[in-house]
Design a protein around this ligand. Structure first.
Ligand SMILES: [Zn+2]
Length: 468
């Protein structure tokens, strides 16, 4: 036996081991990244964990008749005298009255004559746990207080017709518990996608020892709402810790090094989880080049930054309203003056509303997908839902058409959530999140204010009586 032939079986074993390892890796990655094949039910989140088969033939049937359907698909045409049939949490058919089979047994029927049927709205940037303006001077915070605020906010969101939200920075696991409470139907609320506490560098945004807005010392050490990471391997570890908690997305903030952001994005993508970032200036360029999925806020942007986003397919959630509020009004209950950020070491640039609009317009013209996010800090107890509509108006000011804004608030929002196959349009097979509004939002996006019915996960959660 020559040395070479003696080695042969070992090579074969090695080759088999390599193949097995590759197959194992694929098996781990597939549930997170692949769309389920026909018949296989999976969770309604980007992780797409397979679920056991379910018989929903007895699930309640809801039928909408007589409205004009704006289904939210690309190139949609308004469809008069439409019918939408839902069984349980799923749209089983949607189309013209003479083409849709309506079941004989109907549990709930809505007459939408003269009204418009549209997909549920999406807010890509909320914080269920954000403290209120009054809290800063009167109340200390805790997870219990944060959870109470989160539950209140679920109701405010439904009132605005928002049926899916992404929480991009929470206190410990509060947003996850809000999500579970909605899923378990302990409370009515929108579908929740959550990111866990923010990942930041020491002294970076979210880890400041003084408030970004007021400059006053923070009441506590922030460890409940930020995971500080140092160096690429620790940024990877921070991402792994979040994935272990079953987050739907990763939220990072600037500043960071190029190596840190590249490591975090790579790690998250290996698990099929998207990353969004609160970044500015060159950090946005580095994040885009690292393959980050989306950028929050219009901060310190230039045409070079927008080009980097366009070149790398980076989505954009401008949250214009949050900064418009800071510039125009400040937050008087929290002692925050109008005009911009003062006293903060992590945000050393000026806020300029006109420049924000200009950059959002440029991004849109450059092909960057624009999502709708409100990010209402401090006073969401009374600014919401008004500020969601303000955001829609500011996107119009930036140069998007009413139809563009409608798409941003629905289908594009679902795309940014990595949920476009389940959410964002009214189509057969999609999850049953939809609204009925009194006037056509394609004529004027502010008509979205005239919501009459809200259906979330197949359940009627708001009726015209709730809006009187
Ligand atoms: Zn935010």
């Amino acid at each position: 036996m020559t040395g070479q032939s003696f080695l042969e079986p070992r090579r074969t074993v090695a080759a088999i081991l390599v193949m097995l390892t590759a197959m194992l890796c694929l098996a781990v990655l597939l549930p997170a990244t692949a769309v389920a094949s026909d018949g296989l039910r999976t969770t309604d989140d980007p992780r797409r964990v397979p679920l056991p088969p379910r018989d929903d033939s007895d699930a309640p049937v809801t039928v909408i008749r007589g409205g004009t359907l704006l289904d939210g698909t690309e190139g949609m045409q308004p469809l008069a005298d439409a019918v939408v049939v839902m069984r349980g949490d799923t749209i089983v058919s949607a189309g013209a009255a003479n083409e849709v089979d309506v079941p004989t047994t109907i549990d709930y029927e809505i007459d939408a004559a003269g009204l418009y049927i549209i997909p549920g709205l999406i807010d890509l940037h909320v914080h269920f746990t954000q403290q209120y303006g009054d809290d800063f001077t009167r109340y200390t915070d805790s997870d219990a207080a944060a959870a109470i605020r989160g539950v209140i906010k679920t109701g405010q969101l439904l009132d605005a017709g928002i049926t899916a939200v992404r929480d991009v920075g929470t206190r410990n696991d509060v947003a996850k518990k809000v999500k579970e409470a909605v899923q378990r139907r302990l409370i009515d609320g929108p579908r929740v996608y959550w990111s866990g506490p923010i990942i930041a560098s020491r002294s970076g945004h979210a880890d400041e020892i003084t408030s970004t807005a007021t400059g006053r010392p923070r009441a506590d050490d922030r460890s409940h709402s930020v995971r500080v990471a140092t160096g690429p391997w620790d940024w990877r570890l921070a991402v792994r810790e979040q994935i272990r908690q079953h987050v739907d997305a990763i939220k990072i903030t600037a500043p960071f090094t190029r190596e840190e952001i590249a490591a975090a994005v790579d790690e998250a993508h290996m698990h099929g989880i998207p990353v969004t970032g609160d970044t500015f200036g060159r950090y946005t360029v580095w994040a885009a080049e690292a393959g980050i999925d989306s950028i929050e806020h219009p901060l310190d942007m230039s045409s070079d930054v927008i080009r980097a986003m366009a070149d790398n397919g980076t989505d954009f959630v401008p949250t214009l309203t949050a900064f418009y509020n800071v510039i125009e009004y400040g937050y008087p209950p929290a002692g925050i003056p109008a005009g911009g950020f003062f006293y903060t070491f992590s945000r050393r640039f000026e806020l300029d509303h006109e420049q924000h609009l200009e950059m959002v317009g440029l991004a849109h013209r450059s092909g960057v997908r624009i999502g709708v996010g409100s990010d209402i800090p401090f006073e969401n107890e009374w600014r919401y839902p008004e500020d969601y509509y303000t955001e829609l108006g500011l996107l119009r000011d930036a140069g998007l058409t009413d139809r563009d804004v409608f798409e941003s608030a629905t289908r594009i929002g679902a795309e940014i959530l990595k949920m476009a196959d389940r959410l964002g349009t009214v189509e057969t097979g999609k999850l049953a999140d939809l609204l009925i509004v009194a006037a056509n939002p394609l004529d004027d996006i502010q008509h979205l204010r005239e919501v009459r019915w809200v259906i979330a996960d197949g359940r009627v959660v708001r009726t015209p009586d709730d809006f009187r």
